[in-house]
Design a protein around this ligand. Structure first.
Ligand SMILES: Cc1ncc(COP(=O)(O)O)c(C=O)c1O
Length: 345
């Protein structure tokens, strides 16, 4: 008998930015092209031998959890440091579902959501995120991304109702600038779980640091058990870098400036789409993405690419080819050139 690849693994579809290459003269609006937040990224990290010669705490380093707890307005025992937002999502889904269960997930959405659902053998009941649909809490767990990738829509913590079943909140695209995150999680009950990634506005995708936040001690204990022998502890080097960046005043100041700059970029790209005759966009309110569709139903990626504006096609987010995602976290001159091109479409 031939050794076979599992059905689950065979059904996974994964894209990378390289599937949508940018050639000379084209504008790259595929992902965040902003520089790192601070020079802390370039400083070498020297850890004591004892630190790297043993596994770290599965929950994460106390100093990092303390800083994250402050950001999220929770106790440090309610934080689990993870290998990126992806592991936080995997742990959250693992702890609240069993094989064959139904879960509400947004479409379009970050492709990792449905990929993890496939890996865990879950059945996805999608909801229409681009028109602002928010499922109610119930017997079925719900996953909500706010600010939403790829539409930039935001959902308030009470939108799915205050009591009922589990809600996983993906806050990966929320800025850590100011008190927004803590105000958001202040509304959380025991059936709310937040996942967060330091890969996005904090610009640490290569460090692979994220976290899971929950108020239910049983859920946290289950997530710690699941992380043990999965990734064990998150890399000590990466946690040290994350701590430095979170505590660095230059990075904090730069993040505040950047958040304001992106609001300006968002308004300008949205205005350019509104001025065009063949495109329309979801009314993004936050985050770093704009979700655009063609009025006549034609392939949006092709239409924009024909004018040298390269985004990511909607089907990557389990949306349609009529849609395309543009990332507004770009240098000023790219936004200037993109607005000029989009306006004429
Ligand atoms: C909404 C959302 N959640 C989670 C992730 C995964 O984050 P990480 O790169 O830290 O695993 C991403 C990455 O793009 C994302 O957009």
């Amino acid at each position: 008998m031939n050794a076979a690849i599992s059905h689950r693994a065979r059904s996974l579809v994964a894209y990378s930015y390289d599937d949508f290459p940018v050639t000379t003269g084209q504008l790259d609006l595929r992902g965040d092209n902003s520089p790192p937040l601070s020079p802390e990224f370039a400083r070498p990290i020297a850890l004591p031998t004892a630190t790297v010669a043993s596994y770290g705490e599965v929950r994460g380093e106390v100093r990092l959890r303390t800083v994250l707890a402050d950001l999220f307005g929770v106790h440090r025992d309610q934080i689990l440091v993870t290998a990126g937002g992806s592991e936080a999502l995997l742990l959250a889904l693992t702890c609240i579902t069993d094989h064959g269960h139904l879960i509400r997930m947004p479409r379009p959405a970050f492709p990792g959501f449905e990929q993890l659902a496939t890996i865990l053998g879950l059945r996805v009941l999608p909801y229409a995120a681009a028109v602002g649909e928010v499922p109610r809490r119930g017997t079925m767990p719900v996953l909500i991304c706010t600010p939403h990738n790829p539409t930039g829509l935001i959902t308030s913590p009470d939108a799915p109702g205050r009591s009922g079943g589990w809600v996983i909140w993906d806050l990966s695209h929320m800025t850590t600038s100011g008190t927004r995150i803590a105000e958001f999680t202040a509304e959380f009950g025991t059936q709310d779980i937040a996942v967060f990634s330091l890969s996005k506005l904090l610009r640490l995708p290569g460090a692979r640091v994220g976290c899971l936040i929950a108020r239910d001690p049983a859920l946290l204990d289950a997530a710690v058990r699941a992380k043990t022998h999965l990734s064990m502890s998150t890399s000590c080097l990466a946690q040290d870098l994350a701590l430095r960046v979170l505590q660095d005043p230059t990075a904090t100041h730069e993040l505040r400036t950047r958040t304001e700059l992106f609001a300006d970029h968002r308004a300008r790209i949205l205005a350019a789409v509104a001025a065009s005759s063949s495109l329309r966009a979801v009314a993004a309110a936050d985050g770093t993405h704009i979700y655009v569709e063609t009025v006549d139903g034609a392939d949006a990626w092709q239409r924009l690419a024909g004018y040298g504006v390269i985004g990511i096609p909607g089907h990557v987010f389990n949306g349609t080819t009529r849609e395309v995602r543009l990332c507004i976290a770009q240098p000023q001159q790219i936004i200037d050139a993109a607005t000029n091109r989009v306006r004429t479409l």
